[in-house]
Design a protein around this ligand. Structure first.
Ligand code: BDR
Ligand code: CA
Length: 311
């Protein structure tokens, strides 16, 4: 199986992404590194452990950076609720927090595994990844690939008119990651805004008749209410599991290798992902920008895989 590390700030959609990865035999999850984002770090690491336990698996969960590189932390309880996982109640996990710092785990794991064999799946602000790259530049060339959820260009932003939440929270970190020189795939709002949690799709999880199905449906019911009110769409965008789905079924997605730069100076457009989709500059391509997803195929994959988790 392909080795991955999931760096995440759960968050309902992060949690579903973790479940999808843990349910997929093609992937070996080496660890889950938590970062501050949707909610503060003590909650994201707790939510990651609750999710691993819900899946009935044992994967180490490490806590990482509790704030962005140089900004004040801004969170998103208005989207995810006070706990970050509102919509379903999960018990206190028996799985303890791994004592290693997430950044040390990233560095040590990338040094220990064969070069080019570990993929980083980044579902929150990029603070942990950027910190590891800065502290240990030798690990950068050992990364196989980075697949991250963040940004938006054609669809605009979701936290400001110009910026998507993950990039907005820590634009300096995103800038470091985008300049790292390794293959990067970006799943922006331009893609996830067509991956909507319609009624029928949510009911499919509930109809599984398992704890995982019921919890997932509860999360998605809660999570969608914000985006439905905001965009008037049927269901909300299910962002983060697209990262895992991309590794499992890349043919469900469409995009282009282009240049993407992060705005870090302006307060008005802080965290904007300037995507040179039309290749109107000579700036070198640094990321594959995903613009399309086969939503039916994506939700079918989620239903199939989450259905194998019998808890
Ligand atoms: C991203 O921000 C968070 O609210 C979600 O978990 C997702 O990673 C979407 O903008
Ligand atoms: Ca997230």
């Amino acid at each position: 199986p392909r080795k991955i590390i999931i760096d995440s700030d759960p968050g309902q959609d992060d949690a579903v992404a973790i479940l999808l990865a843990l349910a997929s035999p093609e992937l070996e999850v080496l660890g889950i590194t938590a970062v501050a984002g949707n909610v503060p770090l003590p909650l994201t690491q707790l939510n990651a452990r609750k999710t691993v336990e819900l899946a009935g698996r044992k994967v180490p969960v490490m806590a990482g950076c509790d704030r962005p590189l140089s900004r004040v932390l801004e969170t998103a309880e208005h989207v995810h609720g006070k706990t970050g996982l509102n919509g379903a109640d999960l018990p206190e996990p028996a799985l303890p927090l791994d004592p290693r710092h997430a950044v040390d785990f990233l560095i040590d794991t990338l040094r220990a595994e064969a070069p080019g064999t570990v993929t980083l799946c980044v579902l929150g602000p990029q603070t942990n990844i950027a910190t590891a790259f800065q502290l240990a530049p030798d690990i950068v060339s050992r990364v196989q690939e980075i697949v991250l959820m963040g940004g938006g260009f054609f669809e605009g932003g979701n936290i400001t008119p110009a910026a998507e939440f993950n990039i907005y929270v820590d634009p300096e970190a995103a800038d470091i990651v985008l300049r790292c020189g390794r293959p990067i795939t970006i799943i922006p709002l331009d893609c996830t805004h067509s991956a909507l949690t319609t009624r029928a799709r949510v009911e499919r999880f509930r109809a599984m008749g398992t704890r995982v199905g019921e919890v997932t449906a509860g999360w998605l019911d809660f999570f969608e209410r914000f985006d439905v009110q905001k965009y008037g769409s049927e269901g909300g965008p299910l962002h983060d599991p697209c990262v895992i789905a991309f590794l499992l079924r890349p043919e469900l997605f469409g995009g282009r290798l282009i240049n993407v730069e992060i705005e870090t100076e302006s307060e008005l457009t802080r965290g904007m992902t300037v995507a040179d989709w039309w290749r109107v500059t000579n700036r070198p391509p640094n990321a594959t920008w995903i613009r399309e997803v086969n939503a039916e195929g994506y939700f079918a994959l989620l239903a199939e895989r989450l259905g194998t988790l019998q808890s």
